[in-house]
Design a protein around this ligand. Structure first.
Ligand code: F0G
Length: 485
């Protein structure tokens, strides 16, 4: 069996090694500091509004940015162009069955489309949806029909520094209390998110999911699995859950998926291409959802995806069973997190999947949450490095009825590690510039909204700095590194 991509040098450190070779490259540019200052200003200090023209390392997300394998790219050539009955769909359906162990498959154009369909089918005004933690698009879609999200993570879940191997677990006492309080009839389903995104890509254990399943069975509640980051979760189960040490990733994936009534995923993440899907073994669930897929997404054999993407998705799903593929990003993340942690930079531990998460409140204790420390840190880090991160804090939250910010539980700068995209020297550069920024953190100030959309404001919102701190930070950078970098 192939092993996880970490090797120990005979004379020195242990490092993650690239078990792939680069066969096609994209040229990158590292713009000088003055141009970076202009670029971040022009983007309203919102990394979503930046152009990759101005970015050196794009660590915004792994969504749709993982490197595709040669097998995936070549599979696109055999795509069977057909509106209905495409053989590309048959291949994807077979891959879903082999990897997730589910018979029925509904393709959708991306993960949030699956969330939209689930919300339409199952959530009514006044419903409560318990989950280990929300994702932004999940919350927005589940609240539209009048649902309320209730997050029942364990006490360890939100601790920045922790040794808990499974911070994505559901707290069973909270779950039972919630069912007692609201009654099972108010709960359309319980959602478990693999490698819980917003709390730092943190996995749940199979043992925890089994216990949640028991509660579901007792009360007749459906269990929904968000499998967008299932590969990483399976990788961590193998690494951290004793009972699964000797199991293959394929077996672990089945062990997880067999516990869910319904699984949905963003293929942009799990299988390194576009698209998404909903899968189940229950015909009645499939029948309930299929008309909605036709109405909102497209015919059942393409669901809003191109057949080329469907082919690449099928291969990408199969590659999720390969430990050297799904372990690549977590092993690089571990390297980055441990380097930063040793240097005293506040980062979420233990290292998770998806990215390295920097604790902006620990980094910038002098910036109040109402001035968006995570957003400010991302703008500052872009200036210091040309690296683009993503805000996962109060900017990604909402306002309450009185117009006040609902302060996020955690203020994180996410530096995503798309699969097989960066080299170790690039990761070392990220660690170095972040340490420099940490030493100069007092120079960083806050941000305030200049334009604020009402829905998912983090995507299109524009902000301005609360003082001239960006200029002062740029001046210090020039003093330390010179004009050109
Ligand atoms: N669920 C999870 C856990 C996700 O991480 C995402 C997307 C979605 C659902 C929605 O999927 O984007 O295909 O519509 N996460 C991306 C990210 C956007 O950057 O973390 P989508």
């Amino acid at each position: 069996m192939e092993r996880s991509p970490v090797i120990r040098f005979a004379y020195g450190e242990q490092i993650p090694i690239e078990l792939h070779k680069v066969r096609m490259v994209q040229k990158l540019h590292l713009k000088p500091i003055d141009e970076r200052l202009e670029a971040v200003k022009a983007a309203g200090y919102n990394s979503f509004l930046m152009s990759t023209r101005d970015i050196f390392l794009d660590m915004l997300t792994d969504s749709g940015t993982n490197a595709m394998s040669d097998q995936q790219v070549s599979s696109m050539l055999r795509a069977d162009d057909a509106y209905a009955g495409s053989q590309s769909f048959d291949r994807a359906k077979q891959a879903v069955q082999d990897v997730f162990n589910t018979k029925y498959f509904l393709p959708v154009h991306q993960g949030r489309a699956a969330e939209h369909i689930l919300a339409q089918a199952f959530i009514k005004q006044g419903h409560i949806v318990p989950m280990n933690y929300h994702f932004t698009t999940t919350k927005a879609h589940f609240e539209l029909p009048g649902g309320v999200i209730d997050e029942i993570f364990t006490d360890e879940g939100l601790k920045i520094k922790s040794t808990c191997p499974f911070k994505g677990n559901i707290d069973l006492a909270k779950l039972k209390g919630l069912i007692k309080k609201h009654g099972a009839e108010k709960i359309p389903f319980i959602r478990m998110e693999a490698s819980t995104n917003l709390i730092g890509g943190q996995p749940f254990s199979v043992a925890n999911m089994r216990q949640v399943r028991k509660v579901c069975d007792k009360h007749g509640i459906m269990m929904v699995l968000d499998a967008s980051l299932i590969g990483e979760n399976a990788y961590f189960v193998k690494q951290r859950e004793a009972a699964f040490k000797k199991k293959s990733i394929a077996e672990i994936l089945h062990a997880i998926c067999d516990l869910a009534d319904l699984i949905y995923f963003s293929s942009r993440k799990v299988s390194s291409t576009r698209g998404g899907g909903i899968c189940t073994n229950q015909k009645k669930l499939y029948d309930k959802l299929k008309d909605l897929v036709i109405l909102y997404e497209g015919f059942l054999t393409y669901g809003g995806m191109s057949v080329r993407e469907i082919e690449a998705m099928a291969i990408g799903l199969r590659e999720t069973q390969d430990e050297t593929v799904i372990g690549q990003s977590p092993s690089f993340i571990k390297y980055l997190v441990e380097t930063l942690d040793k240097a005293g930079v506040p980062v979420v531990t233990p290292p998770g999947g998806l990215g390295c998460h920097v604790d902006a409140r620990g980094f910038l204790p002098h910036v109040p949450q109402t001035e968006y420390p995570a957003g400010a840190l991302i703008a500052a880090f872009y200036m210091a490095s040309g690296v683009r991160g993503m805000e996962r804090g109060t900017i990604s939250s909402v306002r309450d009825d009185t117009g006040k910010d609902v302060l996020a539980d955690v203020e994180l700068m996410r530096l995503a590690m798309p699969r097989r995209v960066f080299t170790l020297s690039q990761v070392k550069y990220v660690a170095d510039r972040l340490q420099w920024l940490y030493k100069n953190r007092k120079l960083i100030g806050g941000l305030t909204f200049e334009y604020e959309p009402t829905v998912l404001r983090f995507f299109l919102g524009r902000l301005v700095p609360t003082s001239d701190w960006p200029q002062k930070l740029a001046a210090k950078f020039k003093k330390d590194f010179g004009e050109s970098l």
